[in-house]
Ligand binder design. Structure first.
Ligand SMILES: *[C@@H]1O[C@H](CO)[C@@H](O)[C@H](O)[C@H]1NC(C)=O
Ligand SMILES: *[C@@H]1O[C@H](CO)[C@@H](O)[C@H](O)[C@H]1NC(C)=O
Ligand SMILES: *[C@@H]1O[C@H](CO)[C@@H](O)[C@H](O)[C@H]1NC(C)=O
Ligand SMILES: *[C@@H]1O[C@H](CO)[C@@H](O)[C@H](O)[C@H]1NC(C)=O
Ligand SMILES: *[C@@H]1O[C@H](CO)[C@@H](O)[C@H](O)[C@H]1NC(C)=O
Ligand SMILES: *[C@@H]1O[C@H](CO)[C@@H](O)[C@H](O)[C@H]1NC(C)=O
Ligand SMILES: *[C@@H]1O[C@H](CO)[C@@H](O)[C@H](O)[C@H]1NC(C)=O
Ligand SMILES: *[C@@H]1O[C@H](CO)[C@@H](O)[C@H](O)[C@H]1NC(C)=O
Ligand SMILES: *[C@@H]1O[C@H](CO)[C@@H](O)[C@H](O)[C@H]1NC(C)=O
Ligand SMILES: *[C@@H]1O[C@H](CO)[C@@H](O)[C@H](O)[C@H]1NC(C)=O
Ligand SMILES: *[C@@H]1O[C@H](CO)[C@@H](O)[C@H](O)[C@H]1NC(C)=O
Ligand SMILES: *[C@@H]1O[C@H](CO)[C@@H](O)[C@H](O)[C@H]1NC(C)=O
Ligand SMILES: [Cu+2]
Length: 572
């Protein structure tokens, strides 16, 4: 009887287990070997830090619910950390990546294993270095497919194509930011924008370095747009093709059509491209162009244009195809930016509900913008005046980077001398944020955090200031997605504006543009214990101190606590 029963059991066992095994989450293993690699762009050859010798770096492909394990080995002379931008890192803050916030850097010759799950997100994110300006060349896509057997809420694409925007510098970006911080002036701007690492034909000595997307007539393509540029928001458009936005920052949105996409550094946008069914016979070359949306003074940003090519197959025989260029908004088209941003709505379906906080436990109001610090005596600086340096702040606090990681200090309960828990919930000296700037624009400084109890419902109103000129700031929050419940021009009015908030289907994202000379309101539940960075994703503003951190305390239950640190956590 034993044998029969056993085989029956085995049979039953496998037939019951097999479907679950197939659907079970899996672990995706990667090794990131950070090495220098010689790369030539614009006839200029430079050894740049890369992952596995690739530029842009390797693509991580995962499914919602899977675990990702990446061993990062540092073989360059610089310190390195990798941030998995937009991944929530539930209870795994040790794997988030920002240097001196959640970890000490991985120093030359060292390695560190990042280990996290991708939970409740689907779409596109990206990874990038998160120390100094190392992300200029250390970045790559993260593709998050839906769970096995779960369809997209839009036509199934024939092909899936990452389109990564970046910035190319003819000199070492580390030298540029070091020089800027020394002189107090604005950093030198990049020499080109790139699409998938390639500047394209509009730059000198670059036409062979052009990204080409070959499409078949009538098919649907999912373009995963990622802005990995250091300092520039970008408009993007493809000649003669309307794009359908379906997902931003790895959350589905109610689809809408647009000819022009605006994507800030730190944001991702999935768009559907429907290849024309009749282009097979009279094919043309359609340029895809990207250039900045910039509200700062001309001359302070790279105003060049990157081009890539959309081509229909079959190709080859046709010698002279017509060439079409798309039209992009002017550089400072703030009304386009406001209208475009307001079109985003989360899907908010029964499968993908929008769990928007309605009652707020912790309201915050952050004034964000530029400022100054005094120039060291007898030096002469290149700031807004020759006796000041550029700086930037939130609520007038310019964040001082600590020399050890905040998360470890918090976990050990050993915070004295590392940070103080007194980040102001609102400006201590309110002023007319979008009016004439105050005479004294000097900022204060400190390593200050705002502490939140577990699962508090939080609202942050981010108010741009006009100090050194009103400017759009793409604010990025680590550890959470937030809902963008309202936005407007001018000063936020707490007794008037909340009545107009969208609490039904606001867009859910991890990076939002604070409108130039305006405000935006975001909400989230503090349901992820740890220390979480919040900063402008224009890297120059982060360098100037436009950054702060949240400490979210553990909850009472075992699964509401930060996990213990991994044994290979780098030391400072
Ligand atoms: C990293 O790459 C370098 C250069 O290609 C190679 O010498 C080294 O063995 C690699 N290290 C690992 C851990 O793969
Ligand atoms: C990743 O983390 C999980 C959960 O803590 C653990 O079980 C697993 O061993 C870790 N894997 C590696 C390679 O560190
Ligand atoms: C920045 O540009 C200035 C002016 O062209 C130049 O003198 C300086 O060397 C540049 N800085 C770096 C780090 O390349
Ligand atoms: C290309 O080079 C020419 C001649 O050297 C110069 O006039 C032009 O400004 C350059 N164009 C760009 C886009 O750099
Ligand atoms: C493509 O767009 C250009 C303008 O960008 C227009 O002149 C041209 O007629 C369009 N061609 C087709 C085939 O739609
Ligand atoms: C880009 O900026 C430079 C310097 O301010 C200026 O000379 C040039 O005309 C600008 N180009 C465009 C296309 O706006
Ligand atoms: C955009 O810039 C142009 C030229 O610098 C200026 O005339 C115009 O007023 C600006 N528009 C906005 C909306 O700031
Ligand atoms: C700043 O500029 C003014 C006017 O050009 C000059 O008189 C002064 O000496 C400069 N100060 C320094 C510290 O260079
Ligand atoms: C703030 O400044 C703006 C622009 O100068 C002005 O229109 C507005 O009336 C000012 N608001 C207050 C409360 O003073
Ligand atoms: C700023 O300075 C100007 C001129 O020196 C003065 O008229 C004004 O009252 C000052 N404003 C403030 C807010 O101190
Ligand atoms: C912080 O502010 C103090 C007081 O104004 C100043 O002495 C110090 O240099 C500042 N530190 C930094 C890093 O900016
Ligand atoms: C790298 O990080 C370590 C630890 O924080 C620090 O002591 C060292 O100065 C850093 N090196 C560079 C080149 O920044
Ligand atoms: Cu900014």
């Amino acid at each position: 009887m034993g044998a029969k029963c056993l085989s029956l059991l085995v049979f039953l066992g496998t037939s019951l287990l097999l479907p679950q095994l197939l659907l079970a989450a899996m672990t995706r293993y990667y090794t990131f070997n950070v090495t220098m690699k010689k790369v030539t762009r614009l006839c200029n050859t430079r050894a740049i830090p890369t992952v596995n010798g690739k530029f842009p770096g390797p693509k991580i492909v995962t499914r919602e619910g899977d675990r990702v394990v990446v061993k990062v080995v540092n073989n360059v002379k610089h310190n390195v950390t990798i941030h998995w931008h937009g991944v929530r890192q539930l209870r795994t803050g040790w794997s988030d990546g920002p240097a001196y916030i959640t970890q000490c850097p991985i120093q030359t010759g060292q390695s560190y294993v990042y280990n996290f799950t991708v939970t409740g997100q689907r779409g596109t994110l990206f990874w990038h270095a998160h120390v100094s300006w190392m992300r200029a060349t250390l970045y790559g896509p993260i593709v998050i497919l839906p769970k096995l057997g779960v369809p997209y809420p839009f036509p199934k694409p024939f092909k899936d194509v990452p389109i990564m925007f970046g910035e190319w510098f003819n000199v070492d970006p580390e030298a540029i930011i070091a020089q800027a911080l020394q002189t107090g002036g604005g950093p030198n701007v990049s020499d080109a924008y790139t699409i998938n690492g390639l500047p394209g034909p509009l730059y000198n000595c670059s036409s062979r370095d052009t990204f080409k997307l070959k499409v078949q007539p009538g098919k649907w393509y999912l373009l995963r747009l990622i802005n990995a540029a250091l300092n520039d928001e970008l408009f993007f458009s493809i000649a003669n093709h309307t794009l359908t936005i379906v997902d931003v920052d790895a959350s589905y949105v109610k689809p809408f059509d647009t000819d022009v996409v605006l994507v800030t550094p730190g944001q991702t946008t999935n768009v559907l491209l429907h290849a024309k069914p009749d282009e097979g016979c009279q094919p043309a070359t359609h340029l895809m162009l990207a250039r900045p949306y910039a509200t700062s003074r001309p001359g302070t940003y790279d105003n060049t244009t990157v081009a890539a090519v959309l081509e229909y197959s079959p190709s080859g025989q046709i010698k002279s195809r017509p060439l079409f260029r798309p039209t992009l908004p002017v550089f400072n088209d703030t009304s386009f930016a406001a209208n475009y941003s307001a079109k985003h709505r989360s899907l908010a379906s029964s499968e993908y509900p929008a769990n928007v906080p309605r009652r707020i436990d912790r309201p915050f109001f952050f004034a964000v913008g530029l400022g100054t610090t005094p120039c060291p005596t007898h030096q002469g600086c290149n700031g807004p005046t020759n006796d000041t340096k550029f700086s930037a702040s939130m609520n007038n606090v310019s964040f001082n980077m600590p020399t050890t990681a905040l998360l470890k200090a918090h976990y050990d309960g050993n915070t004295a001398g590392v940070y103080t828990a007194d980040f102001p919930a609102m400006p201590t000296q309110p002023f007319n944020y979008t009016g004439t700037p105050p005479n004294n624009t000097n900022v204060s400084n400190g390593t200050k955090v705002a502490v939140l109890p577990y699962n508090a419902s939080v609202e942050v109103v981010l108010q741009d200031t006009s100090i050194q000129g009103a400017e759009s700031h793409p604010l990025h929050l680590h550890g959470f997605d937030f809902f963008v419940v309202g936005q407007g021009v001018g000063n936020y009015n707490a007794s008037m504006h909340p009545a107009g908030f969208n609490l039904l289907d606001p867009v859910q994202r991890n990076t939002v543009g604070v409108p130039a000379g305006g405000w935006v309101a975001i909400r989230f539940y503090a349901d992820n214990p740890g220390v979480w960075f919040m900063h402008c994703h224009l890297e120059v503003h982060t360098s100037w101190g436009l950054k702060m951190a949240w400490v979210v305390n553990d909850g009472p239950l075992p699964d509401q606590k930060l996990m213990p640190p991994p044994s290979d956590l780098p030391k400072c």
